[in-house]
Design a protein around this ligand. Structure first.
Ligand code: SF4
Length: 464
């Protein structure tokens, strides 16, 4: 789950050293602008967002019922369902199945839940050959990295870096021409599609009514990976249920527009079980692994609303912090505003207490979220649970601020002192360096100097 260095601050420094934020900022702004255009062009967008939220909330309110219905539907169509309590159970199931079926070659469709489980590592440890088939995931797999965005995993790399990765790992001549890079990846992957014995996908949604899996991609790799190999395993986060196909259509409407600014993703696949007699293609076996891994605990918590998330990535593109530091700085497979809530909820606030604090609470994430998750409210809720982890200096600062601000004469005295400090130490209205416990503030930016006259004094004079 983690990348080194282990502190949030350390990871930010590393990202800056590598020049990552420039590429991230450009890419995220591009996605953000496309979403704005697509939403403006779709009159019903706001109404669809309301419907999408209601659909997700209704499904979560009866999740046990819908999960049972989904499992029955899959089994009635000849598939099998396994409920995995955690990553170890999910990975063991997939590895054991692959071993029992003598699988060696596996193709994978991009899936955040498999990143969360570290499924590739488990399969490789068992001696299997796993290849990511989404172009972005393929590039980062070759480079030995982790995704930096939940929709665009390779957002942190420019085409020159991709060319270098291909030259180094695929033994091809260096090129940074996008069409040539595409051709190289396509040539390599085509052979893998045709020889793989197993295809593993995630699921954007799972339909309770008929046991279908909905998968959206823009490259067509999802369709080939789930229909060419003889075994298909879909790894599904247990919250990704929708009631029926009518609800699914609403989710498709908001997902594509929010994620990439498209009316609809290029390939919207609905996979419903193994190949039936007379069908020309499809797998012989269809397995679904429903993954809990902390989700049922989150469902019963004060931040359960985060399970409405449909992983569109819009909040990452809108977030000023994400755009400045990039996805790897979060140290988790789930970066950005969504990651600041999902990561501590699924993997423990004790280890991930820094993340909820990494937000100015500006609300940009909530404004774009297709299911209107109140992310700032959830962040405040998590912050309230992490006061024990506050650095000593900050905690003292909060205690003293509370004492001073509730005593008017003391407050007036201290703010006048602030004006004096601004006059003595300020240069052109800015403090360039502050010492002691506050020095972190001016490490990477300047602080506006306190005004020479306090608001209270100004107000009093004005009244006079
Ligand atoms: S929190 Fe909302 S905006 Fe962010 S990824 Fe989830 S659904 Fe998309």
């Amino acid at each position: 789950m983690t990348t080194k260095p282990v502190t949030f601050r350390g990871r930010i420094r590393e990202a800056f050293d590598e020049g990552v934020p420039i590429a991230i900022d450009r890419g995220a702004r591009g996605h953000y602008n496309k979403r704005v255009e697509a939403s403006a062009a779709f009159q019903e967008m706001e109404e669809m967002r309301d419907r999408a939220r209601l659909i997700r909330a209704e499904t979560l309110s009866k999740l046990d019922q819908y999960l049972a219905q989904f499992a029955d539907s899959v089994e009635s169509r000849g598939g099998s369902v396994f409920f995995a309590a955690d990553a170890a159970e999910a990975n063991d199931y997939v590895v054991s199945l692959a071993e029992a079926e003598k699988v060696n070659r596996i193709v994978k469709v991009k899936s955040m839940v498999t990143e969360e489980l570290r499924l590739n590592a488990a399969l490789e440890a068992a001696g299997m050959d796993v290849v990511e088939t989404d172009l972005g995931e393929f590039i980062i797999q070759l480079a030995g990295e982790t995704p930096s965005h939940i929709i665009a995993p390779v957002l942190h790399k420019n085409r020159q870096a991709v060319g270098e990765t291909f030259a180094e790992h695929l033994g091809v001549e260096y090129t940074d021409e996008p069409t040539e890079l595409n051709d190289i990846a396509r040539g390599y992957l085509r052979e893998r599609f045709l020889t793989a014995e197993m295809g593993i996908s995630g699921a954007n949604f799972a339909v309770a009514e008929d046991g279908a899996i909905a998968l959206v991609t823009n490259e067509g790799n999802g369709r080939i990976s789930t229909s060419t190999p003889r075994i298909h395993i879909a790894m599904v986060g247990m919250e990704r249920l929708v009631r029926d196909r009518e609800d699914l259509a609403v989710m498709f409407e908001v997902l594509a527009r929010s994620a990439t600014g498209q009316k609809l993703s290029v390939y919207s696949n609905i996979v419903s079980g193994p190949r039936r007699p007379g069908e020309p293609d499809g797998p012989d076996q269809f397995h679904v692994v429903i993954v809990d891994n902390g989700r049922s605990a989150t469902l019963g918590s004060s931040v359960a609303e985060i399970l409405l998330c449909i992983r569109c990535g819009a909040c990452l593109n809108a977030c000023p912090v994400y755009r400045h530091v990039g996805g790897h700085a979060y140290g988790s497979v789930y970066p950005g505003p969504i990651g600041k809530v999902v990561t501590p909820s699924l993997f423990g606030l004790e280890q991930w207490h820094e993340l909820p604090a990494a937000s100015p609470l500006c609300g940009a994430c909530e404004e774009v979220c297709p299911v209107r998750i109140q992310i700032p409210k959830l962040l405040v809720e998590l912050r309230n649970q992490t006061t024990d982890h506050m650095p000593w200096g900050l905690r003292q600062g909060v205690v003293w601020y509370a004492r001073i601000s509730t005593r008017p004469s003391l407050f007036r005295f201290v703010t006048r002192m602030g004006g004096w400090v601004g006059r003595v130490l300020g240069r052109d209205g800015w403090l360039r360096r502050i010492p002691f416990v506050l020095k972190g503030w001016t490490e990477s930016r300047e602080l506006p100097a306190p005004a020479p006259e306090t608001f209270n004094d100004w107000w009093r004079k004005r009244g006079a």
